[in-house]
Design a protein around this ligand. Structure first.
Ligand code: NAI
Length: 290
Protein backbone atom coordinates (compact mmCIF):
# COMPACT_ATOMS: atom_id res chain seq x y z
CA UNK A 1 0.00 0.00 0.00
CA UNK A 2 1.43 3.33 -1.01
CA UNK A 3 -1.08 6.05 -0.25
CA UNK A 4 -3.15 6.25 2.92
CA UNK A 5 -5.82 8.83 3.70
CA UNK A 6 -6.67 10.14 7.16
CA UNK A 7 -9.96 11.93 7.76
CA UNK A 8 -10.36 13.82 11.03
CA UNK A 9 -7.05 15.32 12.14
CA UNK A 10 -7.52 15.90 15.85
CA UNK A 11 -5.56 14.06 18.53
CA UNK A 12 -5.94 10.62 16.95
CA UNK A 13 -5.88 11.43 13.23
CA UNK A 14 -2.70 13.49 13.59
CA UNK A 15 -1.02 10.72 15.60
CA UNK A 16 -2.02 8.04 13.10
CA UNK A 17 -0.81 10.21 10.21
CA UNK A 18 2.58 10.49 11.91
CA UNK A 19 2.78 6.71 12.31
CA UNK A 20 1.95 5.94 8.67
CA UNK A 21 4.12 8.74 7.24
CA UNK A 22 7.07 7.50 9.33
CA UNK A 23 6.42 3.98 8.00
CA UNK A 24 6.93 5.29 4.45
CA UNK A 25 3.40 5.88 3.14
CA UNK A 26 2.24 8.97 1.31
CA UNK A 27 -0.46 10.44 3.57
CA UNK A 28 -3.44 12.55 2.56
CA UNK A 29 -5.05 14.44 5.46
CA UNK A 30 -8.48 16.04 5.57
CA UNK A 31 -10.47 17.73 8.32
CA UNK A 32 -13.67 19.75 8.28
CA UNK A 33 -11.77 22.61 9.96
CA UNK A 34 -8.81 24.18 8.16
CA UNK A 35 -7.36 25.21 11.53
CA UNK A 36 -7.36 21.57 12.75
CA UNK A 37 -5.59 20.50 9.58
CA UNK A 38 -2.92 23.19 9.93
CA UNK A 39 -2.44 22.36 13.61
CA UNK A 40 -2.12 18.64 12.80
CA UNK A 41 0.53 19.13 10.10
CA UNK A 42 2.61 21.57 12.15
CA UNK A 43 2.21 19.35 15.22
CA UNK A 44 3.46 16.28 13.33
CA UNK A 45 6.41 18.23 11.85
CA UNK A 46 7.28 19.41 15.35
CA UNK A 47 7.01 15.97 16.81
CA UNK A 48 9.19 14.48 14.04
CA UNK A 49 11.83 17.19 14.64
CA UNK A 50 11.84 16.46 18.38
CA UNK A 51 12.27 12.73 17.72
CA UNK A 52 15.21 13.53 15.44
CA UNK A 53 16.74 15.86 18.07
CA UNK A 54 16.47 13.09 20.66
CA UNK A 55 18.09 10.63 18.24
CA UNK A 56 14.99 8.40 18.13
CA UNK A 57 14.74 8.96 14.35
CA UNK A 58 17.48 9.98 11.95
CA UNK A 59 16.95 13.49 10.58
CA UNK A 60 16.64 11.95 7.08
CA UNK A 61 13.77 9.69 8.18
CA UNK A 62 12.05 12.57 10.02
CA UNK A 63 12.38 14.89 7.04
CA UNK A 64 11.18 12.25 4.59
CA UNK A 65 8.16 11.48 6.81
CA UNK A 66 7.31 15.19 6.98
CA UNK A 67 7.50 15.50 3.19
CA UNK A 68 4.95 12.67 2.75
CA UNK A 69 2.16 14.67 4.45
CA UNK A 70 -0.35 16.22 2.06
CA UNK A 71 -3.16 18.26 3.62
CA UNK A 72 -6.23 18.92 1.53
CA UNK A 73 -9.71 20.39 1.89
CA UNK A 74 -11.00 18.41 -1.09
CA UNK A 75 -12.03 14.78 -0.66
CA UNK A 76 -11.49 14.20 -4.41
CA UNK A 77 -7.75 14.17 -3.60
CA UNK A 78 -8.37 10.84 -1.83
CA UNK A 79 -9.06 9.13 -5.17
CA UNK A 80 -5.62 7.42 -5.19
CA UNK A 81 -5.80 6.16 -1.57
CA UNK A 82 -5.57 2.41 -1.04
CA UNK A 83 -6.62 2.70 2.61
CA UNK A 84 -8.50 5.49 4.37
CA UNK A 85 -8.62 5.65 8.17
CA UNK A 86 -11.35 7.80 9.68
CA UNK A 87 -10.83 9.50 13.08
CA UNK A 88 -13.68 12.03 13.18
CA UNK A 89 -16.21 12.66 15.94
CA UNK A 90 -17.56 9.56 17.76
CA UNK A 91 -21.05 9.74 16.25
CA UNK A 92 -22.56 6.87 14.26
CA UNK A 93 -24.65 8.99 11.88
CA UNK A 94 -21.78 11.34 11.06
CA UNK A 95 -19.38 8.46 10.45
CA UNK A 96 -21.90 6.64 8.22
CA UNK A 97 -22.46 9.78 6.18
CA UNK A 98 -18.71 10.29 5.77
CA UNK A 99 -18.11 6.74 4.46
CA UNK A 100 -21.03 7.05 2.02
CA UNK A 101 -19.46 10.20 0.61
CA UNK A 102 -15.98 8.68 0.61
CA UNK A 103 -17.13 5.65 -1.41
CA UNK A 104 -18.11 7.94 -4.28
CA UNK A 105 -14.48 9.14 -4.46
CA UNK A 106 -12.20 6.14 -3.80
CA UNK A 107 -11.64 3.08 -6.00
CA UNK A 108 -13.70 -0.09 -5.47
CA UNK A 109 -10.84 -1.92 -3.74
CA UNK A 110 -9.76 0.88 -1.40
CA UNK A 111 -9.95 -0.40 2.19
CA UNK A 112 -12.04 1.75 4.53
CA UNK A 113 -11.22 1.79 8.23
CA UNK A 114 -12.62 3.45 11.33
CA UNK A 115 -10.71 4.35 14.48
CA UNK A 116 -13.94 4.31 16.52
CA UNK A 117 -13.48 3.52 20.21
CA UNK A 118 -16.90 2.11 20.86
CA UNK A 119 -19.31 2.17 17.94
CA UNK A 120 -20.44 -0.98 16.15
CA UNK A 121 -18.26 -1.49 13.06
CA UNK A 122 -21.05 -3.61 11.66
CA UNK A 123 -23.46 -0.67 11.81
CA UNK A 124 -20.95 1.71 10.19
CA UNK A 125 -20.29 -0.92 7.47
CA UNK A 126 -24.04 -1.28 6.89
CA UNK A 127 -24.10 2.27 5.51
CA UNK A 128 -21.44 1.41 2.89
CA UNK A 129 -22.12 0.30 -0.64
CA UNK A 130 -19.25 -2.22 -0.35
CA UNK A 131 -19.25 -3.18 3.35
CA UNK A 132 -16.89 -6.11 2.70
CA UNK A 133 -13.91 -3.69 2.44
CA UNK A 134 -14.66 -2.06 5.77
CA UNK A 135 -12.72 -2.81 9.00
CA UNK A 136 -11.93 -1.28 12.40
CA UNK A 137 -8.34 -0.19 13.12
CA UNK A 138 -8.32 1.22 16.63
CA UNK A 139 -5.22 3.05 17.85
CA UNK A 140 -4.58 4.34 21.36
CA UNK A 141 -3.65 7.85 22.40
CA UNK A 142 -0.96 9.06 21.69
CA UNK A 143 -0.84 6.92 18.55
CA UNK A 144 2.91 7.39 17.82
CA UNK A 145 3.78 6.10 21.30
CA UNK A 146 1.18 3.49 22.16
CA UNK A 147 2.09 0.09 20.77
CA UNK A 148 -1.26 -1.65 20.91
CA UNK A 149 -3.71 -1.45 17.99
CA UNK A 150 -7.02 -3.38 17.92
CA UNK A 151 -8.07 -4.69 14.48
CA UNK A 152 -11.77 -5.48 14.29
CA UNK A 153 -13.65 -7.08 11.39
CA UNK A 154 -17.30 -6.10 11.00
CA UNK A 155 -19.77 -8.89 10.35
CA UNK A 156 -19.69 -7.95 6.63
CA UNK A 157 -15.86 -7.69 6.32
CA UNK A 158 -14.47 -10.04 3.68
CA UNK A 159 -12.53 -13.06 4.92
CA UNK A 160 -8.84 -12.30 5.27
CA UNK A 161 -9.04 -8.49 5.30
CA UNK A 162 -8.61 -8.15 9.07
CA UNK A 163 -5.53 -10.41 8.93
CA UNK A 164 -4.11 -8.30 6.05
CA UNK A 165 -4.65 -5.13 8.10
CA UNK A 166 -3.09 -6.78 11.14
CA UNK A 167 0.04 -7.54 9.09
CA UNK A 168 0.11 -3.98 7.72
CA UNK A 169 -0.20 -2.48 11.22
CA UNK A 170 2.56 -4.81 12.46
CA UNK A 171 4.79 -3.45 9.67
CA UNK A 172 4.35 -0.01 11.30
CA UNK A 173 6.14 -1.32 14.42
CA UNK A 174 2.88 -1.72 16.33
CA UNK A 175 1.47 -4.67 18.24
CA UNK A 176 -1.91 -5.40 16.65
CA UNK A 177 -4.50 -7.70 18.18
CA UNK A 178 -7.57 -9.10 16.42
CA UNK A 179 -10.78 -8.69 18.37
CA UNK A 180 -14.48 -9.11 17.71
CA UNK A 181 -16.97 -6.35 17.02
CA UNK A 182 -18.37 -5.92 20.54
CA UNK A 183 -18.88 -2.63 22.44
CA UNK A 184 -15.54 -1.16 23.54
CA UNK A 185 -13.66 -4.15 22.03
CA UNK A 186 -11.04 -5.27 24.60
CA UNK A 187 -9.41 -2.19 26.10
CA UNK A 188 -12.31 0.25 26.24
CA UNK A 189 -14.51 -2.42 27.78
CA UNK A 190 -12.00 -3.13 30.52
CA UNK A 191 -11.39 0.62 30.93
CA UNK A 192 -15.06 1.60 31.50
CA UNK A 193 -15.29 0.19 35.05
CA UNK A 194 -11.77 1.60 35.74
CA UNK A 195 -13.08 5.14 35.11
CA UNK A 196 -16.60 4.50 36.42
CA UNK A 197 -15.55 3.06 39.79
CA UNK A 198 -12.95 5.82 40.27
CA UNK A 199 -15.67 8.46 39.74
CA UNK A 200 -18.04 6.63 42.10
CA UNK A 201 -15.31 6.48 44.79
CA UNK A 202 -14.89 10.26 44.40
CA UNK A 203 -18.68 10.91 44.38
CA UNK A 204 -19.16 8.82 47.54
CA UNK A 205 -16.51 10.92 49.29
CA UNK A 206 -14.24 7.95 49.91
CA UNK A 207 -11.20 9.78 48.49
CA UNK A 208 -10.47 12.83 46.35
CA UNK A 209 -9.27 12.66 42.75
CA UNK A 210 -5.60 13.34 43.54
CA UNK A 211 -5.57 10.56 46.14
CA UNK A 212 -7.27 8.08 43.81
CA UNK A 213 -4.83 8.94 41.00
CA UNK A 214 -1.90 8.69 43.40
CA UNK A 215 -3.07 5.29 44.66
CA UNK A 216 -3.51 3.91 41.16
CA UNK A 217 -0.12 5.13 39.91
CA UNK A 218 2.04 4.65 43.01
CA UNK A 219 0.37 1.54 44.38
CA UNK A 220 -1.51 0.14 41.40
CA UNK A 221 1.37 0.50 38.93
CA UNK A 222 -0.70 2.35 36.31
CA UNK A 223 1.16 4.96 34.25
CA UNK A 224 -1.67 7.45 34.76
CA UNK A 225 -4.48 7.59 37.31
CA UNK A 226 -8.08 7.41 36.06
CA UNK A 227 -8.81 11.15 36.43
CA UNK A 228 -5.58 12.33 34.80
CA UNK A 229 -6.21 9.81 32.03
CA UNK A 230 -9.82 10.93 31.41
CA UNK A 231 -8.59 14.55 31.27
CA UNK A 232 -5.89 13.48 28.81
CA UNK A 233 -8.28 11.59 26.53
CA UNK A 234 -10.84 14.44 26.68
CA UNK A 235 -14.30 14.28 28.27
CA UNK A 236 -15.97 14.96 24.92
CA UNK A 237 -14.50 11.70 23.63
CA UNK A 238 -14.47 9.72 26.88
CA UNK A 239 -18.04 10.61 27.93
CA UNK A 240 -19.43 9.77 24.48
CA UNK A 241 -17.63 6.42 24.55
CA UNK A 242 -19.11 5.63 27.98
CA UNK A 243 -22.62 6.53 26.81
CA UNK A 244 -22.19 4.46 23.68
CA UNK A 245 -20.83 1.36 25.52
CA UNK A 246 -23.62 1.64 28.13
CA UNK A 247 -26.35 1.76 25.44
CA UNK A 248 -24.66 -0.96 23.38
CA UNK A 249 -24.71 -3.34 26.37
CA UNK A 250 -28.49 -2.81 26.65
CA UNK A 251 -28.02 -0.44 29.60
CA UNK A 252 -26.09 -2.88 31.77
CA UNK A 253 -25.49 -0.90 35.04
CA UNK A 254 -21.83 -2.01 35.03
CA UNK A 255 -21.21 0.59 32.33
CA UNK A 256 -23.45 3.40 33.59
CA UNK A 257 -22.05 6.91 32.91
CA UNK A 258 -21.71 9.40 35.79
CA UNK A 259 -23.28 12.82 36.23
CA UNK A 260 -19.90 14.25 37.29
CA UNK A 261 -18.43 13.49 33.88
CA UNK A 262 -21.64 14.42 32.06
CA UNK A 263 -21.53 17.91 33.61
CA UNK A 264 -17.87 18.39 32.59
CA UNK A 265 -18.86 17.36 29.06
CA UNK A 266 -21.84 19.76 29.00
CA UNK A 267 -19.73 22.65 30.30
CA UNK A 268 -17.09 22.09 27.63
CA UNK A 269 -14.55 21.27 30.37
CA UNK A 270 -12.97 18.58 28.24
CA UNK A 271 -9.69 18.27 30.18
CA UNK A 272 -6.24 19.13 28.92
CA UNK A 273 -7.44 20.25 25.49
CA UNK A 274 -9.71 22.95 26.99
CA UNK A 275 -7.61 23.86 30.06
CA UNK A 276 -10.00 22.39 32.60
CA UNK A 277 -11.43 18.98 33.42
CA UNK A 278 -11.22 17.14 36.73
CA UNK A 279 -7.94 19.10 37.13
CA UNK A 280 -7.14 22.66 36.12
CA UNK A 281 -4.52 23.10 33.39
CA UNK A 282 -4.15 26.86 33.71
CA UNK A 283 -0.54 27.89 33.19
CA UNK A 284 -0.04 28.46 36.93
CA UNK A 285 -1.74 25.24 38.07
CA UNK A 286 0.25 22.17 39.01
CA UNK A 287 -1.03 19.73 36.40
CA UNK A 288 -0.12 16.05 36.43
CA UNK A 289 2.04 14.82 33.56
CA UNK A 290 0.89 11.82 31.48
P1 NAI B 1 -10.73 15.12 18.20
O1 NAI B 1 -11.91 15.90 18.62
O2 NAI B 1 -9.38 15.46 18.77
O3 NAI B 1 -10.60 15.17 16.59
C1 NAI B 1 -11.66 14.94 15.72
C2 NAI B 1 -11.40 15.73 14.45
O4 NAI B 1 -12.35 15.32 13.45
C3 NAI B 1 -11.56 17.24 14.63
O5 NAI B 1 -10.41 17.90 14.15
C4 NAI B 1 -12.81 17.58 13.82
O6 NAI B 1 -12.72 18.87 13.21
C5 NAI B 1 -12.80 16.48 12.77
N1 NAI B 1 -14.12 16.16 12.22
C6 NAI B 1 -15.28 15.94 12.89
N2 NAI B 1 -16.27 15.63 12.04
C7 NAI B 1 -15.72 15.63 10.79
C8 NAI B 1 -16.22 15.36 9.49
N3 NAI B 1 -17.49 15.03 9.29
N4 NAI B 1 -15.37 15.44 8.44
C9 NAI B 1 -14.06 15.78 8.63
N5 NAI B 1 -13.53 16.05 9.85
C10 NAI B 1 -14.34 15.96 10.90
O7 NAI B 1 -11.10 13.58 18.48
P2 NAI B 1 -10.09 12.35 18.70
O8 NAI B 1 -9.77 12.22 20.14
O9 NAI B 1 -8.99 12.44 17.72
O10 NAI B 1 -11.07 11.13 18.32
C11 NAI B 1 -11.41 10.83 16.99
C12 NAI B 1 -11.93 9.41 16.90
O11 NAI B 1 -10.94 8.51 17.43
C13 NAI B 1 -13.21 9.13 17.68
O12 NAI B 1 -13.97 8.17 16.97
C14 NAI B 1 -12.70 8.56 18.98
O13 NAI B 1 -13.64 7.74 19.64
C15 NAI B 1 -11.52 7.75 18.49
N6 NAI B 1 -10.46 7.51 19.49
C16 NAI B 1 -10.12 8.46 20.41
C17 NAI B 1 -9.13 8.20 21.34
C18 NAI B 1 -8.71 9.23 22.35
O14 NAI B 1 -8.05 8.83 23.34
N7 NAI B 1 -9.00 10.50 22.18
C19 NAI B 1 -8.43 6.89 21.38
C20 NAI B 1 -8.81 6.00 20.31
C21 NAI B 1 -9.83 6.29 19.44
Amino acid sequence: MRTIGIIGCGAMGAGIAQVVATAGHTVRLLDQHASALEKAVSGIQNSLRKLADKGRLTSEVAEAAGSRLHATADMQDFADCELVIEAIVEDLGVKQQLFRKLESVVSADCVLASNTSSLSLTSIAAACERPERFVGIHFFNPAPIMQLVEVIPALQTRAGLAEEMKALVASWNKLPVLTQDTPGFIVNRVARPFYGEAIRIMEEGIADIATIDWAMTELGGFRMGPFALMDFIGHDVNYRVTESVFAAFFYDPRFKPSFSQKRLFEAGYYGRKSGRGFYSYAADAAAPEP
